[in-house]
Write a protein that binds this ligand. Sequence first.
Ligand code: MRU
Length: 384
Amino acid sequence: MAPLISIKSSEDKLEIVNQLLLPHTTEFIQINSVEDAHDAIKTMKIRGAPAIASLPALSVSQHLTRGLKSSPVPDYLLSRDALKTHIDGILAFLYTSRPTAVNLGAATRRLTKTLNDGISVEKEPREIVQDLIAEGRAVADEDVGRNKEMAKWAGEWLIQRVRDQGLDFSRGLNVLTVCNTGSLATSGYGTALGMITYLHETQKLAKAYYTQTAPYHQGSRLTALELQTLQIPSVMICDTMVGSLFQHHSIHAVVVGADRIAKNGDTANKIGTYNAAVLAARHKIPFIVVAPISTVDLDVADGSHIPIEQRPPIEACLVRGIRYPNSGESEQVQVMITPPGLEGIYNPSFDVTPASLITAIVTEKGVAVKAEGETSGFDLSPIV
Ligand code: MRU
C-alpha cells in the first residue's frame, strides 16, 4: 500500500489530512489562507515538527501565487516597503502557531532571508515574490529526500553497532519508538519512523514497538496506521509498559524524532520520550535521535532554554475515536475519562531528554556520538 500523506499541494490547491480524525476517517481539508494554516497547526489537525514547517511555507507560496494573479493588484506588490511589511506580518503570525518545534522558526527565517536578500539588491516586488514562492515550496519538497538520508545513516549506524558488540540479530532488530514521526509528521518517509522503514526495507527489522503516546495518542492513532499501511511487523504498548518491555524482551534500540535539539544535544520531543530514555539507559539500550538539521537550534545552549508547549488541560481528560463496538459508521466521538470539573491537570506536550541519556544524534549529514566518557554533551558541528 502507498504510504500515507499529510499534505497535498498543487499549483492552486493546498490540502491536509485532518489528523484529528485518523485512523478511522480520512478527510482532506482545504487550506485557503495563512489563517487556515495557522489554525490547522494550533488545533493539531496537522502536527509533527517537519510538517508544521512545510504547511506554513506552502501557505505563504499559495497566498503569494494568488496575489500575483489577482486583479486589482494587491497593495503589497506596489513597493518593496509594502511587501516587506506584509510578509513580515504573515511570518510573525505563522510563527505563533506552536512554540516548541524549531523547524517552524527555521522555515519562517528562510523566507525572511529570501525577502531581505531580494530587497537588499533592489529586486522588483514581483521578482521577490517569485523567489518567496519557490523558497516556500523548497522547504516542503526538500523534506522527503533528507528523511531518506538520515534514515539510512541511522539504520546503518545501528546495524554496525550491534555487529561491533557481537550481539545476535540473526532474527532481526527490535526497535522501540515514541509518538509519530512518519509520513504524517513530515512531507514523507519520516525521521525515526524512516529509520524503522529503512531497516524493514533492508530486511533487518524484526519488530517495531511503539508507545500509544497519551494524551494525544499519536502512537496508537497515527504510528499504528502508518506501520499497518507499510505492512511493517509491529507491537503497540501503553506508555506505562516501556520498563516491562525492556525487562522481558530483547530491544536493540530506542529511536525517536525531535522538536528541538539544543547545542549540547539536549532534545525536546513528545512527552514520554524522557521516561523511555531513562529506562533505556538503565537497560543499556542505545537511544537514537533522528531529525533534520533544521531541528538543531544552535542558539539554544541547553535544554533548559527550550520553550515547552503546555496544551489545554481538557486535552488530557479526553480520548477521541469511534464508538466501540463499531456500529459500522465512522462517527467520531470524544470520551471524557475524568470526573467533570477536575482541577489540577499537568499537560506539557513535550519533555527534554538530556544529552547524557542520548547515544547518537542523526541528521541528513551523518551521525554524532558522544566521545567515550563524555558527560557534558555532543559536538554537533559535523552533522549540522
Ligand atoms: O505534538 P506533536 O504531535 O506535533 O509532536 C510531535 C513529536 O513530538 C514528534 O516526535 C517530532 O515532532 C518529530 S516528527 C518527525
